[in-house]
Unconditional design. Structure first.
Length: 99
C-alpha cells in the first residue's frame, strides 16, 4: 500500500492513485535501489518522504522519469510540487503523472 508523500496518509487500494513524476538532476543516481520505495530528504520540509524509484526498463523511465511520488489527491499533489520546486539540488523537473 502506498502512502501519500505529502500528508503520509495511507492511500486505499481502491482509490485512484495520483502521483508526481520527477526527474533527477545530473549526478543524482538511485540505480542501486531501482523499483524500491526510498526515503528522500526534502530540505524545505525538514523531513524525508517516500519516493518510488522507477526501474530501467519501465515505461516511466522511457519517458525520462526517474522517480514517482504517490499522493492521495490533487491538493497534496500541488503542495508536493511546490515543495519539489525548492529542491533544485535533487530534482530538475516534476509533473503530474498519467496513471
Ligand atoms: Zn495526501
Amino acid at each position: 500500500m502506498f502512502k501519500c508523500a505529502w500528508c503520509m496518509k495511507k492511500i486505499p487500494e481502491d482509490q485512484p492513485l495520483s502521483a508526481i513524476n520527477v526527474r533527477f538532476v545530473e549526478g543524482v543516481d538511485y540505480k542501486d535501489v531501482e523499483g524500491e520505495i526510498i526515503q528522500v530528504y526534502l530540505k524545505s520540509r525538514n523531513t524525508s518522504v517516500p519516493m518510488i524509484v522507477t526501474t530501467e526498463d519501465s515505461e516511466a523511465k522511457k519517458h525520462g522519469q526517474d522517480g514517482l511520488f504517490a499522493v492521495c489527491d490533487h491538493k497534496c499533489g500541488d503542495k508536493m510540487k511546490a515543495a519539489l520546486a525548492k529542491e533544485v539540488d535533487t530534482f530538475k523537473n516534476f509533473l503530474d503523472a498519467e496513471l
